[in-house]
Design a protein around this ligand. Structure first.
Ligand code: G3I
Length: 333
């Protein structure tokens, strides 16, 4: 069988989200063999990289970028402005009071300048703003601290700062549940507004935290086509296919509690991955990258999520780093 990067050589780079500890040993071997793009899973987020106002922690992010340079990988930067994993200091002054719009904007600008500046020319694409649209309701803007303190233009400001910091980088808005009709529509409204205002944004990241039950091919294609109609490139930025029924669980509040990987799940997962990659290939040109969120089923953020104690098996390699049925269904076409 071909490797992922061989199979997709003429389509798009195939990436993986990593922690620095994966850059040595058997995981590093698998990464070098299969992939040609890296995303730091946590190391470039505000909290980890900028723990205090005048202190950066570069070590982990540097290690990932150095590995990428040595092995000729592309890097996607993740992420410059997000409501999660952002330290408290960002929003407060020395007395613990909430800062003004002007102060928060200048902190955001400084942060973007410093982080993008350090890796200028080494990171080809950045998730500038992450998950700014709420899951439910009719609104476009999540009520985050950035929104509350700055107002809705924090998003365009972030993109403007990013473009100024590294004009060569491709700038993305990144979100999840992008196949949900209501959320898709609200993300579309946001992106349309940005494009109409001339904001420097070139891409949209569909995170792709999916399952063996969702999305359908119709839902996926609608999202790709609708976002592409704005002249944006589309990337799948955080792909995994849970063997548990996520949307159903959220609605019914009745999680499956099995940690067992059943033969039925294996078959369904291979079919779902095949559908996804058939669709990605079909949209070659529009779809300019696919990144998996973690390497193998040995370590995935979905373990214990949203059900404590429950294991998940969302990736193409098993807990011993061996290719699964789903891997075969992705590399043979
Ligand atoms: O770094 C600390 C460590 O010092 C401490 O000992 C340990 C104890 O719990 O926690 C460590 O931090 C954890 C971090 O992952 C690194 O392992 C955080 O608690 C934990 O919350 C964090 O989770 C990350 C999550 O984002 C945070 O929201 C996941 O690894 C990461 O996969 C996940 O990724 C997000 C994307 O960035 C955005 N889209 C959704 C996606 C999945 O949630």
């Amino acid at each position: 069988l071909p490797t992922l990067k061989e199979a997709y050589r003429n389509f798009f780079p195939v990436g993986v989200a990593v922690a620095p500890r994966s850059l040595t040993g058997p995981e590093a071997e698998l990464i070098r063999q299969q992939f040609n793009s890296l995303t730091p899973e946590n190391a470039m987020k505000m909290g980890p990289i900028h723990p205090e106002e005048n202190r950066y922690f570069w070590q982990d992010a540097d290690a990932i970028v150095a590995f990428a340079q040595q092995n000729n990988f592309k890097v996607r930067g993740h992420t410059l402005c997000w409501h999660n994993q952002t330290p408290r200091w960002f929003f407060t002054d020395a007395q613990g009071n909430q800062v003004s719009r002007e102060v928060l904007l200048s902190r955001l600008k400084q942060h973007i300048n410093d982080v993008m500046g350090r890796y200028k020319g080494k990171i080809y694409a950045w998730d500038v703003v992450n998950e700014a649209v709420p899951d439910t309701g009719t609104g476009i803007y999540r009520r985050s601290k950035f929104y509350e303190i700055i107002g809705e233009d924090y998003i365009e400001k972030a993109f403007e700062y990013a473009h100024a910091a590294d004009p060569g980088a491709t700038l993305f808005y990144n979100d999840y549940n992008t196949e949900n009709a209501s959320k898709r529509e609200r993300i579309f409204q946001l992106l349309k507004k940005l494009k109409n205002k001339g904001v420097p944004i070139q891409g949209v990241g569909l995170q792709g935290h999916w399952s063996i039950y969702e999305p359908t091919v119709g839902e996926l294609e609608t999202s790709i086509k609708q976002f592409a109609s704005l002249g944006l490139q589309v990337q799948i930025t955080e792909l995994d296919v849970s063997v548990h029924p996520k949307e159903h669980e959220r609605r019914a509040k009745k999680p499956t509690d099995t940690s067992e990987l059943t033969p039925d799940m294996v078959v369904k997962q291979a079919a779902q991955y095949k559908m996804l990659f058939d669709t990605f290939r079909k949209h070659k040109g529009t779809l300019t990258g696919v990144t998996f969120w973690n390497i193998s089923d040995k370590t995935t953020w979905l373990d214990n999520f949203p059900v404590a104690g429950r294991k998940d098996y969302p990736l193409l390699f098993d807990q011993n780093y061996q290719p699964k049925e789903a891997f075969k269904s992705v590399v043979t076409f």
